[in-house]
Design a protein around this ligand. Structure first.
Ligand SMILES: Nc1nc2c(c(=O)[nH]1)N[C@H]1C(S)=C(S)[C@@H](COP(=O)(O)OP(=O)(O)OC[C@H]3O[C@@H](n4cnc5c(=O)[nH]c(N)nc54)[C@H](O)[C@@H]3O)O[C@H]1N2
Ligand SMILES: Nc1nc2c(c(=O)[nH]1)N[C@H]1C(S)=C(S)[C@@H](COP(=O)(O)OP(=O)(O)OC[C@H]3O[C@@H](n4cnc5c(=O)[nH]c(N)nc54)[C@H](O)[C@@H]3O)O[C@H]1N2
Ligand SMILES: [Mo]
Length: 799
């Protein structure tokens, strides 16, 4: 999130699109409720289902799953046509005035540069680049030049007028117009609109472009970098923020440093030259990478050996995301597998194919609290264990209350948690398991092998004499960063160096273990409720990355001369001679060497310091694989034809082979309904924990398909009847739940019904049930490879 949960009380209008916090992030309702009660904030919920969150909304707008780009573009078009956008913000803080190559074009719904090779599409992005004079980008401050971003955007969204939008999304036109009016009311200096999204936005074959559309709308309305505003992703698993921060994804090192490539980066020099932008904050990248290498390889890492750059694995440029791993498993390429705190036999798409793929493994290790469906795949219903050769291990692990460590939440707050109780039986903390496993692996490597140096030279000295657990504080300090010479713990990543004199595991975390001089505990252990600004910033409550900043891009909360757009929401302010601030400034405001203040004109042109241009991107010349702008496509499985262009679905959507290739065709008569897979408050994810919890299992015991009254009538189904739901992948049996939570939508003259399938069940646990993912397709977004779990085709009949 750009902002924090405690900031929600400052919001004037909430636009909750593709998130259902009443079930999935209940604390949001408390902070949102404060804004409603104390300042009369208004709430818009955009969701195919009339959710529990929607019951609290001033406007509920239904839409067809997968049509958010049309929905958001329609609001942008409305703002531009009716002059409701925040002109001064757009003109000064975004790339609206930048000129784009005259070669750039949108052709029948695809962008210039689309090429096809062996049936696979990709983009040559040359025509998406800015026009330049030498190194200087050409601009037109009047925003009139036909090649400027502002005009390109206007043309792009002009095609999405209210009629067109509503015929795609199925939203009633009068409701849609109300949404446009209410949300565009935040395009004023003294109003804040807060855009909240989650999986309803991301789980699509154009999920990343959906997210881009949310950011573009917020830029147009001047809602980023201000109190009460922002683009706020409600994150998932309690520490999913922490795990992405810590480089768990296959294409990243820690702190979002891109992992080096086997072909492009032969040595450290090449990585630095090719991957370090000359401008923007990422120009500091070498300091972050070299400090990470020093943390990992200690004394062994020095200038002469490229700080052990050769030791870290290089990627081959191919997809190694979840679905690609399962495809490789099915093909017999992947032989061994750790399911460490995950349960893909229930949570992954096309689960029947995924479960069979597991049978190809030589060995599998499940590190979990319970014997999950994944751990038990070899004895699942319908298979003979004697036919499965995989050797399966189950390592019992401690639950969050049974171990110590930090968890990073959606607000980017890294909060220390203390152990409450001892784990039962043989269960050990994940840290203990990882720590001892590596020691055992190293022991094997000490007797020789291929390229043993990266293993043998890794810093792994966390023994705590007299204790079974490794020294977690030592590990936490290494992640925070320290001065190599004397071990001083750093308070900020601004102190990191690229000469080997500093070490830091994750640059964005620098400071979280720095001892607060007043509280006398590391920043992540602070719990002081002081909030002098009254804006809910709570600077002394734990630590927010980066550098304890609560609202990122906060330079944009003030005008170019440094005067807050809204004095009541002051985050940073130039008083004529100096900067005063409530939040940690997100821009160069003080000269590091002299301590002198830097005048506002310098930061006004660099208010989005993480981009190379220093400005917010309405148009993205780099960063996106599938277009510099979002464009409406249909889900890979859709009941209707794409009304906006020649390409039915995102030409770059990722697809997989073998059993993972099973898909229904557009408007398939066999699968006439839209399947979607939401969550329930009573269950967590694959249900491993909650279906093993007696009270929760009792409250929500059975898998069900939720359908409208009209569909139930048509099928002759009564509430509680058994139904069979099928897709191109499989068929499941569950109960019918007939509720006006889902209603048919009118789309291009056609009535479309939705079948809503919670995905929390599987064959293990106290209350087993059918898995929705037996039905979902293995297709993904080309930037993130997230599966399209929220919109696919199904059929349903009475059992
Ligand atoms: N109780 C509970 N809490 C949880 C979880 C849980 O399983 N149980 N899971 C956690 C995790 S890992 C995550 S990622 C988060 C997820 O949190 P959310 O994203 O809020 O959860 P979902 O219910 O998957 O999806 C949100 C909403 O998106 C809607 N939707 C579906 N398709 C579309 C679409 O195309 N457009 C729009 N606008 N909306 C659509 C669905 O109807 C649903 O109401 O929750 C976290 N919190
Ligand atoms: N159809 C459909 N599929 C989806 C989604 C959807 O909306 N629709 N959502 C997707 C999303 S957003 C997500 S995040 C994934 C989640 O997919 P998974 O991560 O595979 O699902 P979880 O049930 O969260 O699995 C977590 C496992 O970790 C175990 N566990 C809990 N605490 C600990 C611990 O401290 N240590 C260890 N080692 N294990 C622990 C639990 O018992 C559980 O088995 O599912 C995805 N799948
Ligand atoms: Mo998630």
């Amino acid at each position: 999130m750009t902002n924090s949960f405690t900031d929600y009380k400052n919001t004037d209008v909430f636009l909750i699109i593709g998130a259902n916090p009443a079930e999935n992030h209940p604390q949001v309702m408390r902070h949102m409720g404060r804004a409603m009660a104390e300042r009369g904030a208004k709430v818009i919920v955009v969701d195919p289902r009339f959710t529990k969150t929607a019951t609290k909304a001033n406007i509920y707008a239904p839409l067809r799953p997968g049509t958010d780009i049309a929905f958001l573009y329609g609001i942008m078009n409305y703002a531009l046509e009716n002059n409701l956008y925040f002109h001064d913000y757009v003109a000064n803080y975004t790339n609206a005035s930048y000129l784009v190559s005259p070669e750039y074009a949108l052709n029948e719904g695809a962008f210039s540069g689309l090429t096809e090779k062996d049936g696979k599409f990709s983009y040559d992005t040359t025509s998406w680049q800015y026009q330049k004079d030498g190194d200087t980008i050409r601009k037109d401050p009047s925003l009139q030049n036909p090649f400027c971003v502002f005009q390109i955007l206007k043309n792009q969204v002009a095609r999405y007028d209210i009629k067109t939008v509503c015929s795609i999304t199925g939203t009633p036109e009068d409701v849609y117009k109300k949404v446009c009016d209410l949300y565009c009311s935040t395009g004023k200096p003294d109003k804040a609109g807060n855009l909240i999204y989650a999986m309803g936005i991301t789980q699509h074959t154009y999920g990343s472009q959906n997210v881009r559309a949310t950011a573009m709308l917020q830029l147009l309305l001047g809602n980023i970098g201000i109190a009460g505003g922002g683009v706020n992703a409600q994150r998932g698993e309690s520490n999913v923020q922490g795990s992405t921060d810590q480089g768990i994804l296959y294409h990243l090192l820690t702190g979002y440093l891109g992992s080096p490539s086997a072909t492009a980066h032969a040595n450290l020099q090449e990585y630095i030259e090719k991957e370090t932008p000359k401008t923007g904050y990422w120009s500091n990248k070498p300091k972050f990478l070299i400090s990470m290498l020093k943390a990992w390889y200690g004394d062994k890492a020095n200038k002469e050996n490229d700080f052990c750059f050769d030791y870290i694995p290089k990627h081959d440029g191919k997809d190694h995301s979840h679905m690609a791993i399962y495809e490789a498993m099915a093909a017999g390429t992947v032989k061994g597998y750790f399911a460490w705190g995950q349960n893909p036999a229930v949570g992954g798409p096309n689960a029947l194919a995924a479960r069979s793929a597991l049978e190809n493994l030589d060995w599998m290790v499940a590190v979990d609290l319970f014997e999950t469906e994944t751990a038990a795949f070899w004895k699942r219903p319908g298979v003979n264990p004697a036919d499965i050769k995989t050797e399966v291990f189950l390592l019992p692990t401690a639950f969050s209350y049974e171990k110590e460590g930090t968890v990073a939440n959606s607000s980017r707050w890294i909060q220390w948690r203390w152990k409450a109780v001892e784990p039962p039986g043989q269960a050990k903390s994940d840290l203990w398991i990882a720590y001892n496993m590596f020691k055992a692996i190293r022991k094997e490597y000490q007797s020789g092998g291929k390229f043993t140096d990266p293993i043998n030279n890794l810093v792994w000295d966390y023994d705590m004499p007299g204790h079974d657990e490794p020294d977690i504080i030592k590990i936490a300090n290494e992640m925070n960063g320290y001065v190599v010479g004397d071990g001083t713990i750093l308070d900020s990543f601004a102190k990191l160096k690229d000469d080997g004199t500093t070490a830091c595991g994750i640059w964005i975390y620098a400071g979280y273990m720095f001892v607060d001089p007043v509280a006398k505990v590391p920043a992540s252990q602070r719990r002081d409720r002081e909030d002098k600004s009254g804006l809910g910033l709570f600077p002394k409550w734990t630590f927010a990355w980066p550098v304890n900043r609560r609202i990122v891009y906060n330079r944009n909360s003030a005008d170019p001369s440094g005067r807050p757009w809204d004095p009541k929401r002051m985050l940073v302010s130039w008083d004529g001679t100096q900067w005063v601030n409530n939040d940690v400034p997100d821009f160069g405001f003080k000269d590091a060497a002299t301590g002198a203040f830097i005048t506002p004109d310098k930061s006004a042109v660099n208010s989005f310091i993480m981009t190379t241009e220093g400005q917010g991107r309405l148009f993205a010349p780099t960063g996106m694989k599938d277009g510099p702008l979002p464009e409406h496509y249909e889900p890979v499985e859709s009941p209707v034809k794409n009304a906006m262009g020649k390409y039915q679905s995102n030409p770059l959507a990722t697809r997989y082979k073998g059993d993972f290739a099973r898909l229904a065709e557009t408007a398939s008569p066999d699968f006439p309904y839209i399947g979607t897979t939401p969550r329930l408050v009573e269950h967590y994810q694959s249900g491993a924990v909650t279906r093993n919890c007696p009270t929760l299992a009792e409250i929500q015991p059975e898998m069900f398909a939720q359908i409208s009254l009209s569909l139930a009538n048509k099928l002759g189904v009564k509430p509680g009847d058994w139904v069979l739901v099928s897709s191109a992948r499989g068929e499941i049996k569950c109960r019918a739940n007939v509720m006006p939570v889902v209603k048919p939508l009118q789309v291009a003259g056609k009535e479309l019904e939705i079948v809503s399938l919670p995905w929390h069940w599987g064959y293990q646990g106290r209350v087993p049930g059918a898995s929705a993912n037996e039905l979902s397709p293995a297709v993904g977004d080309p930037n993130t490879m997230i599966p399209e779990s929220k919109a696919f085709l199904v059929n349903i009949r009475k059992a």
